[in-house]
Design a protein. Structure first.
Length: 450
């Protein structure tokens, strides 16, 4: 009995230590079993208490009265599958007649308390089938990306969602995106993860960093073109617009619109072209969009209009030509001038880190997910990297990117420097990567202002 007591105390102490220091290990060792038993034992009573049951069918009531049997109990949704994961449980439910997916979503917070889970989210798989994802611990407190993720062309994992699933940046599904975040909110780390995910792919990276290149120039070995001032950015964007026109001419000559060609093989964008003819896709990263939109003189205003017009053109027409935009900034509002709201309308993906004002949150989510605006401005300052991600479908998630230091991102870009394509039209903007000093723009190019 003494040995059993000692062993029990050691197991309890180990479980408590793991739950405090290593919640993921605790979940895999103890939590998943306890949570599954708790869900199965409490399921019927919890669903009844949350109002997620339906009365028995009339024929069952009639049969019970005719045979003098007890009245059947209300029926909860039927469990079709209970699957444990590395972060929680996935419960697939078959809804009863009269139930709706919004009933499950409205009861998510009550289900979280009743099953003693950290978080509960739901989504509709198909008509009548709902998937409920329950997390056993705070997966965003210490982000650990899974060892294996789904790989696909132009689709990279960048962060972890609050339900434990991986958040992907899929350029084929969402060509252009807007990323906002105040100073020290984690926006730069998110951008590094994006570059790190794109580095091993066959893609050309183009950067515009008007902070004299301090964010993107350390990663220059993997970039096909970089601009460190608004003047250079205007010329670079004009070159991208010209490339877009050339790609459209190539697609037009290779459309193969003949009677014997199947509809699926008619070329309408670069992904319909044969591999040997397909131009390399281009991802354009703008580090601070406000620096491109601000002006103080008439000459700067003309340059600003030129830049915004080029960005709007790329956002409206760039997808079939394989040109994708990543617009980042600390502030994004209508006061940046004409064309800004037109540009925003073309940026389907929206990611907002901690913001200092509600106007920027409204610009990010006001037109697609109004309920995400409040969540974006309530992100605490100590949780760097925490963000709200949404798209035009109206859905949104809390995400957090794993911490990637600048040194790690530089090493990764240097490792895949051989995959950097050489685009002739962007050759004048190719960064010099011979020595460390050549990566830094010359101070003579930025004279002191009065």
């Amino acid at each position: 009995m003494t040995a059993f007591t000692v062993a029990l105390v050691l197991v309890v102490a180990t479980a408590g230590l793991l739950r405090w220091r290593r919640p993921a290990w605790y979940w895999l060792a103890f939590g998943v079993t306890l949570a599954a038993m708790r869900v199965l034992v409490r399921y019927r009573s919890v669903m009844d208490a949350c109002g997620l049951t339906v009365p028995p069918a009339r024929w069952r009531l009639s049969l019970a009265r005719a045979t003098n049997r007890p009245i059947p109990e209300p029926r909860p949704p039927r469990i079709r599958r209970l699957r444990p994961t590395r972060t929680g449980l996935v419960l697939r439910l078959k809804l009863r007649p009269g139930q709706d997916v919004f009933d499950i979503a409205a009861a998510s917070d009550r289900l979280r308390h009743s099953f003693s889970m950290f978080g509960v989210t739901s989504r509709e798989v198909r008509s009548g089938v709902v998937e409920v994802r329950m997390t056993g611990y705070d997966v965003l407190k210490r982000v650990q990306m899974p060892a294996e993720t789904e790989t696909r062309a132009m689709r990279v994992p960048v962060a972890l969602r609050e339900d434990g699933s991986v958040h992907y940046r899929d350029y084929r599904a969402i060509p252009h995106a807007l990323t906002l975040g105040a100073t020290e909110s984690g926006k730069s780390v998110y951008q590094r993860n994006l570059v790190a995910g794109l580095a091993p792919l066959d893609v050309a990276l183009v950067g515009i960093d008007c902070k004299q290149g301090v964010e993107l120039f350390p990663l220059a070995r993997r970039f096909s073109a970089l601009a460190d001032s608004p003047d250079t950015a205007a010329e670079l964007l004009d070159a991208l617009v010209a490339r877009m026109a050339d790609v459209y001419r190539l697609i037009r000559t290779q459309q193969r619109i003949t009677v014997d060609v199947p509809d699926a093989e008619i070329a309408a964008d670069i992904w319909d072209l044969p591999d040997e003819l397909r131009p390399i896709p281009v991802v354009v990263l703008v580090d601070e969009v406000a620096e491109l939109a601000l002006y103080a003189t008439k000459e700067e205003e003309r340059r600003r209009d030129r830049i915004i017009t080029a960005l709007v053109r790329l956002a409206q027409l760039g997808r079939p030509a394989g040109i994708y935009l990543e617009i980042c900034g600390q502030r994004f509002g209508s006061e940046l001038g004409k064309g800004i709201t037109m540009l925003r309308a073309q940026l389907t993906g929206r990611t907002a880190h901690r913001l200092n004002d509600e106007t920027s949150a409204n610009m990010a989510f006001g037109d697609i997910a109004p309920d995400a605006v409040l969540a974006a401005i309530q992100i605490p300052a100590e949780l760097r990297g925490l963000a709200i991600a949404g798209d035009a479908s109206g859905g949104w998630h809390r995400i957090r990117a794993p911490h990637t230091s600048l040194r790690q991102a530089v090493n990764l870009c240097n490792r895949y420097a051989g995959r950097t394509p050489d685009l002739p039209e962007l050759a004048p903007f190719r960064p010099t990567t011979g020595t460390a000093t050549e990566l830094v723009p010359s101070a003579k190019a930025y004279p002191a202002t009065a």
